[in-house]
Design a protein around this ligand. Structure first.
Ligand SMILES: [Zn+2]
Length: 51
C-alpha cells in the first residue's frame, strides 16, 4: 500500500505526464505530490548503457 511520506496517509492518486511520475496525496491537510522518479531513473541508466 502506498504511504505518503509527508502526512503518512494511504490515499493517493497515481499521476503521470511528460515530466512527472508519482502519486498525488489526497490527504485533506496535505495534497502534496510525491515523485517516484528515483527507481525509474535507475532503470533508464541501464537502458542507455545497453545502447
Ligand atoms: Zn500526504
Amino acid at each position: 500500500m502506498w504511504t505518503c511520506p509527508y502526512c503518512g496517509g494511504n490515499h493517493g492518486l497515481p499521476f503521470h505526464d511528460e515530466h512527472l511520475d508519482g502519486m498525488l496525496c489526497l490527504g485533506a491537510d496535505c495534497g502534496r505530490f510525491v515523485e517516484e522518479s528515483v527507481i525509474q531513473e535507475d532503470s533508464r541508466e541501464w537502458d542507455y548503457m545497453d545502447l
